[in-house]
Design a protein around this ligand. Structure first.
Ligand code: PMP
Length: 381
């Protein structure tokens, strides 16, 4: 036996010592836990119409898409979902990918080339970061949620092709980017704005149309955005939205679209039905935001450091990575599932519990969650 992988044991020991070893929790089909860990913001993942449509699509179309989208992996369901997503969000066109992660890789790589400058928010999600790396673009990271910092970086560049890249609702802190001010800065310097609206769709805006649309930017010729079907829409998959010529270009050039088997029919039908349920139930996004605001108020009043939520994500600072893990474990043992973020998902010293609101949580669920989180609070938390 050779020791070619001995370095893995060394790195595993280092990870263990820093309290950063990951564990995989297996979720049962039904559980009595109050779930503040998942991203099913509107409670649609188990909506009977949504699951019924997914099951029927599997029976009619088969379990998989069977090929890449441009080969034979596109069904009428994919086209309907693209048309209805574009219509709901106010975009000229949309293209469905098999995940939000791949949609981000596709958007960034298709719109960049070596030499492109990407002015990126310091809090951007890993899937955007991996997009910059794959694109081989120049990257300038700017202060979190600062249109002024974006403006300064744009003013300083001489690159011919420049994009500002940001999340809308940030996945870790739950704050909302100032998209209109960032777009104004972009326009003064002839840059495009690329946005990841994964946590905005279904939650932000009067109808849950997402943060880009709610900010009035959906029809703009210089704004392109992604969303996921796996959070508020309760399914799986992702999409890129924007001007038709951009979407046609992404379809023709994004390798994470071209060389990936299409999204399976069942999640396509699930997302399409979830979108239709959302159209009929504009009260759902407001309910989710109300639950998030309630969690924030209660925990902040108890003295925790909690960022004000703009969507469903409520972020609670923990004193250390180890304390965050122990805190989340203690909550789970008391019947409340929360997730925790620690490096490398967040910078050192910014480990936290991440709570997610759902439209279908009752007041009693929220009350119970608050009690358990406070009772399990670590020293210094
Ligand atoms: N962007 C953001 C901001 C996310 O939080 C996530 C999911 N964690 C993704 C993209 C990836 O989406 P998906 O899970 O559909 O791949």
């Amino acid at each position: 036996m050779t020791g070619v992988f001995d370095w893995i044991d060394v790195s595993a020991r280092r990870r263990d010592r820093a309290g950063l070893t990951r564990r995989m929790l297996v979720r049962p089909a039904r559980s009595a836990l109050v779930d503040l860990a998942g991203n099913d913001y509107l409670g649609l993942a188990r909506h009977p119409e949504v699951t019924g449509a997914a099951a029927e699509a599997a029976l009619v179309w088969g379990s998989g898409a069977t090929a890449a989208r441009l080969v034979s992996g596109t069904t009428v369901l994919h086209r309907e979902l693209e048309e209805e997503l574009a219509d709901f969000c106010g975009a000229e066109a949309a293209l469905v990918f098999s995940s939000g992660y791949l949609a981000n890789l596709g958007m960034i790589t298709a719109l960049s080339r070596p030499g492109t400058l990407l002015v990126v928010d310091a809090g951007n999600h890993a899937s955007l970061i991996d997009g910059y790396k794959l694109a081989g673009a120049q990257v300038q990271t700017v202060a979190h949620n600062s249109p002024q910092a974006v403006e300064k970086a744009l003013a300083d560049t001489r690159s011919a092709r420049v994009h500002a890249v940001t999340e809308s609702v940030f996945s870790v802190d739950g704050d909302l980017a100032d998209l209109p001010a960032t777009l104004e800065a972009c326009r003064r310097h002839n840059a495009a704005l690329l946005v990841d609206d994964a946590h905005g769709i279904g939650v932000v805006g009067e109808r849950g149309e997402g943060a880009v649309a709610a900010a009035g930017l959906a029809g703009a010729p210089d704004v392109v955005w992604t969303l996921t079907l796996s959070k508020a829409l309760g399914s799986q998959g992702g999409a890129v939205l924007g001007p038709r010529r951009v979407i046609d270009h992404v379809m023709n050039t994004a390798r994470s679209f071209l060389f990936d088997t299409g999204l399976a029919p069942a999640p396509v039908a699930g997302a399409l039905t979830a979108l239709r349920v959302l159209r009929d139930r504009p009260d759902l996004p407001a309910r989710t935001r109300r639950v998030a605001a309630g969690l924030h108020t209660r925990l902040r009043e108890a003295g925790l450091t909690v960022s004000p939520p703009e969507g469903a994500v409520v972020s609670v600072l923990a004193p250390s990575a180890e304390a965050a893990v122990a805190w989340a474990d203690a909550c789970r043992s008391q019947g409340v599932a929360v997730s925790c973020f620690r490096p490398p998902s967040v910078p050192d010293r910014f480990s936290r519990l991440r709570l997610t609101a759902r439209a279908d949580l009752t007041d009693a669920d929220v009350e119970r969650a608050v009690e358990v989180i406070l009772a399990a609070r670590p020293a210094g938390g």
